[in-house]
Ligand binder design. Structure first.
Ligand code: NAG
Ligand code: NAG
Length: 398
């Protein structure tokens, strides 16, 4: 074999390798998913190289951002709520009655994402179209430039700005028909701000419902069955999630390493393990084949320096029952092939045990991020299904 053909063979093998992602059998349109994964991966590998050569790489994330453009049905505008940039979608048609409203929080591991991303912009429009609702899609400052609690506080500041009689009246919103919703890290923030609202004497308006789409809800146990089973699947590997969690609190890699080994919680916080004990909180079918081992205790200095992961505003699963029981009607969507699946399932168990009404939808062939694949940008059938489930639930319950 000549040197050229050997080179070609190696190049082909490398290309095939970079395109191939092993996926579970029941995932639809898997080739399209694989291409998306490959695209993301190539870009991740290429970006530093291009930068080294002096090019400013055009990141997928930038391509994804779209300007706020109004159309015949929706007025889209950008605004500041308490200095936090939000994208506001208001139906154009005049209404004789007050409208419902959705306060939406985007995902992206507290590190990426924006209300301007095409899938979120599109979701905002779909909510307007399907619900005739006013939609506030909030931004927040991101890690690693900003750490917890900045993300939480930005979202809470924007929310508090919105939940005032005067502002709601301005937007023609019915104060008794407001939903807080979010996906992934946005689901985490949605769950956290909903808890915070319960004890805020300054906010008089009660949120009617919350929708948590594959939310991250605890940063204590990184060895749940869902992490064990799905740790290498797109679009969120265990490694990525550990990086997201640890960067939410600090850029110090010591926390990342401790979290990856699941030994970051100090012994004097071990009473919190009962709130994230999958052995008691997961339904039987999700425990199958797994043996519970509680997280190993970590050094106390990490938790002293970065106490965020033990904070209920970052890990809403740590709230006690007296808080949980006051939460509104809740929708939780989980995906089978998702490291965060069990966070959602454990919150479901805890909310139900506390007497909260919860509607749970489990997507058997779903994977993390699937909601963003239902927009015209990527347009996966399973993604459209999830978007429609979400819209249908809002339509019936808000
Ligand atoms: C506006 O609404 C009408 C009626 O629902 C629909 O047919 C049309 O496609 C919408 N326009 C856009 C730009 O979405
Ligand atoms: C977790 O729950 C199991 C029972 O299902 C119990 O044996 C174990 O002690 C609990 N561990 C912690 C750390 O709460």
């Amino acid at each position: 074999m000549g040197r050229k053909s050997l080179g070609l063979l190696i190049a082909c093998a490398l290309l095939a390798h970079s395109l191939y992602t092993p996926l579970p059998e029941n995932i639809e349109q898997s080739w399209r998913l694989m291409l998306t994964c490959a695209f993301l991966r190539i870009q991740t590998h290429l970006a530093p190289l291009l930068e080294m050569l002096g090019f400013r790489p055009l990141l997928l994330l930038e391509v994804l951002a779209v300007p706020p453009t109004s159309d015949e049905n929706v007025t889209v505008a950008e605004n500041l709520f308490n200095n936090v940039p939000v994208r506001v979608f208001v139906p154009k048609q005049k209404s004789s009655t007050l409208r419902r409203a959705v306060f939406y929080i985007h995902g992206g591991g507290w590190a990426t994402g924006s209300a301007a991303w095409a899938p979120y912009d599109d979701l905002g429009r779909q909510m307007v179209e399907n619900l005739d609702a006013v939609v506030i899609s909030t931004n927040y400052r991101l890690s690693p430039q900003y750490h917890f609690p900045t993300q939480f506080e930005d979202v809470y500041d924007a929310l508090r700005w919105f939940l005032r009689k005067k502002v709601l009246a301005e937007y023609g919103v019915d104060p008794s028909r407001i939903c807080i919703a979010g996906d992934s890290a946005g689901g985490n923030l949605a769950a956290a701000v909903n808890q915070k609202l319960l004890d805020d004497p300054e906010v008089k308006i009660k949120v009617k419902i919350q929708s948590l789409i594959y939310p991250a809800l605890q940063g204590l146990d990184m060895d749940l069955p869902s992490y064990r089973e799905n740790g290498h699947l797109p679009f969120l590997t265990k490694h990525q999630m550990v990086v997201f969690w640890s960067r939410y609190f600090t850029s110090d890699e010591a926390l990342e390493e401790a979290m990856a080994a699941n030994k970051h919680t100090p012994v004097d916080s071990s009473h919190l393990f009962k709130f994230v004990n999958w052995s008691t909180l997961l339904p039987e079918r999700f425990k199958k084949g797994h043996v519970y081992t509680s997280p190993i205790h970590g050094p106390s200095d990490l938790a002293k320096k970065y106490p965020g992961f033990l904070d209920v505003r970052a890990s809403p699963l740590l709230a006690d029952d007296s808080t949980l029981r006051r939460l509104p009607l809740t929708h939780i969507l989980t995906c089978q092939y998702d490291v965060l699946r069990d966070d959602g399932l454990m919150y479901l168990s805890r909310l139900r045990a506390a007497g909260v009404q919860v509607v749970h939808e489990h997507v058997e062939d779903g994977f993390h991020g699937i909601l963003s694949f239902g927009s015209p940008v990527i347009n996966l059938k399973a993604g459209l299904r999830v978007v429609n489930k979400y819209l249908k639930w809002l339509k019936e319950n808000l």
